[in-house]
Design a protein around this ligand. Structure first.
Ligand SMILES: [Zn+2]
Ligand SMILES: [Zn+2]
Length: 176
């Protein structure tokens, strides 16, 4: 007799793939933020990427972060204010590396799992990449409104999993 194992600890697909994205993110050498991204086609993993300097070039752990200061609009006590923000621009973002290392044909109709909500530039590129769904965990408020609107306009499913818990060994405090 074959008994079906009812294992409540079995991971659902979203958890399974986000766990992998977080493990991939641990390869990143930028101390400010580790981002991991996956290309998934019909539950099949077709590509992984993380944020990093181009191959053969010094990364943040060797050369330090490449910091720029940008002014950002922030809502403080109900008032819009300009605040100075620091950003590391040394790395190619995980989503952009994912697009550089996967084929268009594999991306058509696929799902991208990513540890962090894509920034505007990544979202713009993903919107033109053939991907039909994006699933992310940590939010990125700076670009969130524009990115959400773009995904709506493009008809790309854009899902956040706020209750997801990353694997303990892969979580980090993000400097935002
Ligand atoms: Zn860095
Ligand atoms: Zn980005």
């Amino acid at each position: 007799m074959v008994t079906e194992l009812q294992d409540s600890s079995r991971k659902d697909w979203d958890t399974y793939f986000l766990d992998i994205a977080y493990m991939v993110s641990t390869r990143s050498r930028c101390p400010r933020r580790h981002v991991g991204a996956l290309l998934v086609q019909g539950k099949k993993l077709l590509g992984t990427a993380y944020n990093g300097a181009p191959m053969g070039v010094s990364d943040c752990s060797e050369a330090g972060c490449m910091i720029v200061e940008e002014l950002e609009v922030k809502l403080l006590d109900g008032q819009e204010q300009m605040v100075k923000k620091q950003r590391c621009i040394r790395t190619i973002h995980a989503e952009q590396n994912l697009l550089l290392f996967t084929d268009r044909i594999d991306r058509e109709g696929s799902t991208v799992y990513v540890t962090d909500q894509p920034c505007w530039t990544c979202a713009n590129m993903l919107a033109n990449s053939g991907v039909k769904e994006i699933v992310y965990h940590r939010s990125y408020p700076k670009d969130s409104d524009n990115v959400t609107q773009l995904m709506q306009n493009k008809g790309i499913i854009f899902r956040n999993l706020p209750s997801y818990e990353p694997p303990a060994q892969a979580g980090m405090n993000v400097i935002s």
